[in-house]
Ligand binder design. Structure first.
Ligand code: DGJ
Length: 714
């Protein structure tokens, strides 16, 4: 009978979907079907038992077959310990097992999207657990997070683990793609088979150089443009982890959230903890479907609303030109050339503040260095503004040099333990941002800086890994929550500054792309993707970055640095940087007329195409990881314009190129099949259908040559 009711309610759910309801409650009142464009996610509850997850996968799946259960919607430590737990607590009487039972559910609208809210509680102890699933159908994404509350009156519940989300996939052979890396080589793709056991990807020191992005496919189904892929990523910039557990019967469980290694939270009566979000999704359009969904989602829903739709300016950044050796005269000389070649935002990097002669001093003292800028910054900014440029500045709020006024007065403001060395990285210590006084000091310092100077752009850097995570003066039960509180205050600090200075752009940097995730991206406008400015390395880094994030968040400057001694041409470097947010980092005061002319021409071209690059959909047509060239295509939202970037890589000795590496016909993506398009620099008019299905050969010959093709609807 019960089974019959389930079937009837599922049929009804399916019918209701045709009326475009993202969340449908079964007529038993205790099952829910969540629909996105391509996926269905199903949950069932029953009295006196934990809520169960039934299915997550393709919408075309006949949902009548979706019976049984894959696992609990919120897995806990307790009972049989088969699954990876999302939640582990220690109750006041030292009981460590949780027994969750379903309480009720409701559908709420949160920021314009239907959200299923499922209330569960412990059978005996005063613990309430709420699971949220917000459905964003047009991006094929579900946002999941969890809220736990100590609903008791007297005692503390210690939370030893509280993940953001978990989900199960049916028994199959799966393959995982994730992005990892190191300084200078961020976001490198890794593919691995998931065999029985646990694969954990984690950050333990706030530095990832990769990302919490994951994509899971049935093994052997890999294709860029088709095939089933489950994907996701976390919205968290501290220590995070992803656990992919292949259970003994072949099901795969994916769990993600804060990495509770060496962390815990004490929940006092009435207190709650809300996990960061984890976005999960499903597409049947291969890795292209993953990147299209994630990029559009970040562009349209994650990036700060104030700047989301603004074209990103062309930047100049003085770091590679000057190091810390900055002064007004040279900055003005750089700004003059920057203006001449078409730059819009002039950014002074590290070195402008008190005592910053090298990386051994200054961090923490956020006032201008009077030796370098005797008149302060504002007179220089005024001159730069008078040239028609906006002005931006570098800061590294979370750090302090022991050689600074701040540290001399407040040696206890850094993360540290008694009787343990204070480990320095790049001669700096990490401020304990979990402290309210540190938060206030930083807020006031930057409030002052931004109020007294006409600054329109902040480059927020963070250059070292976290060590010695001690907070000796905190209450004993709060000491291990220091890193969680730190991240809360980091977010709060950026948010408060943005609120006070709503027209300022914020760039996220962490020795290059050491801290890129949707958490920080919802508070900043773009990321410095890597300190590596070699164009060939960048082709790989950018190709991979675009798996998970949109091009309008990817700052890319050209510099004189020659990582591998190839002496690449200015055009090649500029063409690479133009696939993101273009920036210049050379000492342009030394440029000759020819160099200036090349840059000027390219910047003009960039301004013509940037709307499509920054706001269009991107397609990774040819991967440099598999071919001897890389091709990226961007298509404007109205399908009237497309930009194709073709980058050749090295040539093989003697002109030999193996068959697999030969230039192939390229099938364009995303165009309207019915419209006709002209390709700049090529003869004729092409039907969209032809370009999509018959393809075209972009003939660019020679090692490290590149070209940009503009395709316009007629
Ligand atoms: C590391 C950043 O990645 C660089 O771009 C530069 O800002 C330096 N820090 C400055 O110290």
């Amino acid at each position: 009978m019960r089974y019959l009711i389930s079937i009837v309610s599922l049929i009804l759910a399916n019918l209701l979907y045709s009326q475009n309801k993202p969340i449908v409650t079964g007529n038993d009142g205790s099952s829910w079907t969540l629909y996105t464009r391509s996926s269905v996610y199903q949950i069932r509850a029953s009295e006196g038992a934990p809520v169960q997850m039934v299915f997550f996968g393709d919408k075309s799946q006949d949902i009548i077959l979706l019976r049984g259960r894959l696992g609990d919607e919120i897995t806990v430590r307790g009972g049989y310990s088969g699954a990876t737990p999302m939640l582990e607590v220690l109750f006041p009487d030292k009981v460590r097992d949780i027994e969750l039972i379903y309480d009720r559910a409701e559908i709420k609208e949160i920021d314009g999207y239907q959200t299923l809210v499922i209330y569960q509680k412990d059978k005996y102890y005063s613990l309430s657990v709420i699971g949220y699933i917000r459905v964003l159908p047009e991006y094929d994404i579900l946002e999941k997070w969890m809220e736990i509350t100590n609903i008791g009156k007297k005692e503390i519940i210690k939370v030893e683990n509280a993940q953001s989300a978990t989900f199960f996939l049916p028994s199959d052979d799966y393959e995982l793609t994730h992005l990892s890396g190191r300084w200078g080589y961020e976001f490198q793709p890794n593919v691995t088979r998931l065999t029985q056991g646990l694969k954990t990807i984690q950050v333990k020191d706030f530095k990832s150089y990769g990302s919490s992005f994951f994509a899971i496919r049935p093994a052997g189904e890999y294709a860029e443009t088709e095939g089933r892929v489950w994907f996701g990523t976390l919205h968290y910039s501290g220590n995070w982890r992803l656990d992919l557990e292949k259970h003994i019967w072949g099901e795969l469980q994916v769990t993600g959230g804060i990495n509770f290694w060496d962390q815990d939270i004490s929940l006092r009566p009435g207190q709650h903890f809300i996990s960061p979000k984890m976005s999960i999704g499903y597409t049947r359009d291969g890795m292209e479907g993953v990147s299209l969904n994630l990029a559009a989602y970040a562009r349209e829903k994650i990036l700060p609303a104030s700047h989301r739709d603004k074209p990103r300016p062309v930047l100049y950044n003085s770091w590679y030109a000057t190091g810390m050796n900055v002064n007004e005269e040279h900055q003005l000389a750089l700004a003059e050339v920057a203006k001449e070649i078409g730059v819009e935002m002039f950014v002074i990097d590290d070195g402008w503040f008190k005592g910053r002669v090298n990386d051994k001093g200054g961090l923490g003292d956020w006032t201008v260095d009077k030796n370098k800028f005797p008149n302060g910054l504002q007179p220089m900014i005024e001159k730069i503004n008078a040239m028609g440029l906006d002005f931006g500045i570098w800061i590294e709020p979370e750090m302090v040099n022991p050689n600074s006024d701040l540290y001399k007065v407040h040696p206890d403001w850094v993360l540290h333990y008694p009787n343990r060395a204070r480990l320095e990285g790049r001669n700096q210590l990490v401020l304990n941002l979990a402290r309210e006084d540190v938060y206030k000091y930083l807020y006031e310092s930057f409030y002052k800086l931004l109020s007294e100077n006409n600054i329109k752009f902040i480059k927020w850097d963070m250059n070292r890994a976290i060590s010695n995570p001690g907070f000796p003066s905190a209450k004993e039960e709060d000491q291990r929550a220091v890193r969680i509180k730190y991240v809360e205050n980091l977010y709060r600090l950026i948010e408060s500054l943005r609120e006070e200075f709503p027209d300022v752009w914020f760039e996220n940097c962490s020795s290059g792309g050491g801290r890129v995730d949707l958490g920080i991206m919802s508070r900043t406008d773009f990321n410095w993707a890597s300190d590596n400015t070699d164009p060939v390395d960048r082709i790989f880094i950018q190709h991979s970055y675009l798996n998970a994030f949109p091009a309008n968040t990817m700052i890319s400057w050209i510099t004189h640095e020659d990582w591998h001694g190839h002496n690449h041409s200015l055009e090649y470097k500029l063409n690479v940087a133009m696939a993101g947010v273009l920036g210049i980092g050379y000492d342009i005061s030394k440029w000759n007329e020819k160099e200036k002319a090349i840059a000027k021409e390219k910047i003009t071209q960039y301004k013509e195409i940037r709307n499509t690059v920054q706001f269009g959909n991107h397609y990774r047509l040819v991967s440099p990881y598999e071919n001897n060239r890389s091709i990226l295509q961007f298509v404007s939202k109205d399908l009237s314009e497309s930009i194709v970037f073709v980058y050749n890589l090295a040539e093989y000795p003697g002109g030999y190129t193996s068959e697999t590496k030969k230039t192939k016909t390229v099938y364009l993506r995303g165009l309207s099949p019915d419209r006709s398009y002209a390709i700049e620099g090529m003869e004729g008019i092409y039907k969209g259908d032809y370009l999509l299905n018959y393809g075209i050969n972009f003939s660019v010959s020679g090692a490290f040559r590149s070209r940009i093709f503009k395709i316009t609807a007629q």
